[in-house]
Design a protein around this ligand. Structure first.
Ligand SMILES: [Zn+2]
Ligand SMILES: [Zn+2]
Length: 280
């Protein structure tokens, strides 16, 4: 099914752990997941946190014959993979799910993902999954989705590592940069490079600048690093992402307001937000 536009939907913007606290319902409690439905109908997803459950229900309902999903994992911390066992396409024998991500701490991507499907933590074993699943470990490089859609990756600093991604949809582009710790007063050069002139920059803003210093080595950023990357790279629009589960809606609104003073075209991403890109 094709659209006239590329449609980007934020399905989960929370970091660390899902929350249903009543003071956090505007930005939402599902963890990391961004869906891109490309204009040619390609299904591209970044991260499989709890936000992926709703994506899977919609995609599964759209198909009754062979199709593909491209899933790019920034890394395999729980908040980025926890939704995968509840992703409906895994139960469709005609679905092919292509999973991309890093090897971490000497554990292969395949082993990390199948670790979710193990007794006594989950009732299904890998052999019970009906879809065809492929695994491709990434480091620095470029993956093709179609002749004109590609995804570039490069490693960035986070405990046990994580990947920055740039999705190129013909002339349109999106960067997905989460769970990243820049060195104080020094942005990671490879991140600035991979974000060069992107239409949409999604960047970790887990902590406030006040809370960030006491969480040194946790592997995160504040809106200050996010706006600095946006300015330095020439990004057109910035979405703050991966908010601490301890921050209320008011806290996140305050971050958004301050960030706009540095980079005016900033939005704090919320669950359900869609952004359209017109193919060039
Ligand atoms: Zn995370
Ligand atoms: Zn992480």
């Amino acid at each position: 099914m094709s659209n006239t536009k590329h449609i980007v939907t934020f399905r989960g913007v929370r970091g660390s752990i899902p929350t249903d606290d009543p003071d956090k319902t505007h930005f939402g409690g599902n963890t990391s997941c961004v869906e891109v439905k490309a204009a040619d109908g390609s299904h591209i997803i970044f991260d499989s946190g709890t936000g992926i459950r709703a994506v899977g229900n919609q995609i599964a309902a759209q198909h009754d014959s062979a199709y593909e999903i491209f899933l790019f994992l920034s890394h395999t911390h729980w908040d980025h993979i926890l939704g995968l066992p509840f992703f409906a396409p895994i139960h469709q024998s005609f679905a092919t799910i292509r999973i991309f991500g890093p090897e971490r701490a000497g554990v292969s991507l395949e082993k990390s993902v199948w670790g979710l499907f193990q007794s006594p933590y989950f009732p299904l074993a890998p052999d019970d999954i009906e879809a065809s699943i492929t695994f491709t470990e990434l480091n620095t490089g470029v993956q093709s989705i179609t002749d004109t859609y590609t995804v570039a990756s490069s490693p960035h600093p986070h405990p046990n590592g994580a990947l920055s991604y740039r999705l190129n949809l013909g002339e349109r582009s999106l960067a997905f940069i989460t769970d990243i710790e820049h060195t104080k007063d020094h942005l990671v050069p490879a991140v600035v490079e991979i974000c060069k002139d992107v239409d949409i920059l999604i960047h970790d803003s887990h902590f406030t600048p006040e809370d960030l210093p006491e969480h040194h080595s946790w592997g995160h950023s504040s809106w200050q690093e996010a706006t600095a990357v946006a300015s330095r790279s020439g990004a057109k629009k910035l979405f703050l992402f991966h908010f601490s589960p301890n921050y209320s809606d008011d806290d996140v609104y305050a971050m958004e307001k301050l960030a706009r003073q540095e980079f005016p075209n900033t939005v704090a991403a919320y669950q359900g937000l869609t952004e359209e890109l017109t193919p060039a």
